[in-house]
Write a protein that binds this ligand. Structure first.
Ligand SMILES: [Zn+2]
Length: 202
């Protein structure tokens, strides 16, 4: 419980200080600095959120570390869709986008992760079940942080208004706690004491 509280505070602090460094520091005029530091903040929040997610289990076992690595990577990787939209690797094209890419569409992830959860539940695929939760932790934290600037993209309904800074920071810290509860509630009983050998699936 203490660890979860400390991790939640760390997520708040990372979002708050990270935004300052990305947007208001003396290096913020550099678009390369902003893009790199922004990715780092997304990855750090994804890392802390997934550590919180597994904090009730053994954090040091290989399956937890594997899943934490996936969540950390995906939290930052979502921004790769800038390249698809820009159809270019030129920096000026990547930083002057008029529209958002598919990975920033919240409906896309909702449909994908709900389908994967149903599939893993029906066919009892525990590794897909856990990895799907890592995708959920990654995309929710990334989208909510981005929503501070551009709102959530809920296709086909369009965009919500941008989230107030303190509302987004509160949600980013609250969500991994809520998702951990849902994960444990919905985890079928047969999964509860299953030890997964990740060497067999990677
Ligand atoms: Zn983004």
């Amino acid at each position: 419980m203490k660890l979860q509280f400390a991790l939640t505070l760390s997520i708040f602090a990372t979002a708050f200080i990270g935004d300052y460094v990305v947007f208001k520091s003396k290096f913020s005029h550099s678009q390369i600095f902003r893009a790199c530091s922004d990715s780092l903040v997304h990855a750090s929040i994804g890392f802390l959120s997934s550590v919180l997610f597994f904090s009730h289990e053994n954090l040091m076992d290989s399956s937890s570390m594997f899943n934490i690595a996936i969540c950390t990577f995906m939290s930052s990787f979502i921004d790769v869709d800038h390249i698809f939209v820009a159809r270019s690797l030129q920096w000026k094209d990547l930083t002057n986008l008029k529209q958002r890419g598919i990975f920033h569409c919240t409906t896309f992830w909702l449909v994908l992760t709900t389908s994967l959860l149903i599939y893993s539940y029906i066919y009892k695929k525990i590794h897909i079940y856990v990895i799907t939760w890592m995708l959920i932790v990654a995309y929710t934290s990334h989208h909510i942080r981005d929503a501070n600037r551009r709102g959530l993209w809920l296709y086909p309904y369009g965009h919500t208004p941008p989230f107030h800074k303190y509302i987004y920071i509160f949600l980013v810290g609250l969500l991994p706690n809520l998702l951990t509860l849902l994960y444990n509630c919905w985890k079928p009983n047969i999964y509860k004491h299953t030890v997964i050998n990740y060497k067999l699936i990677v």
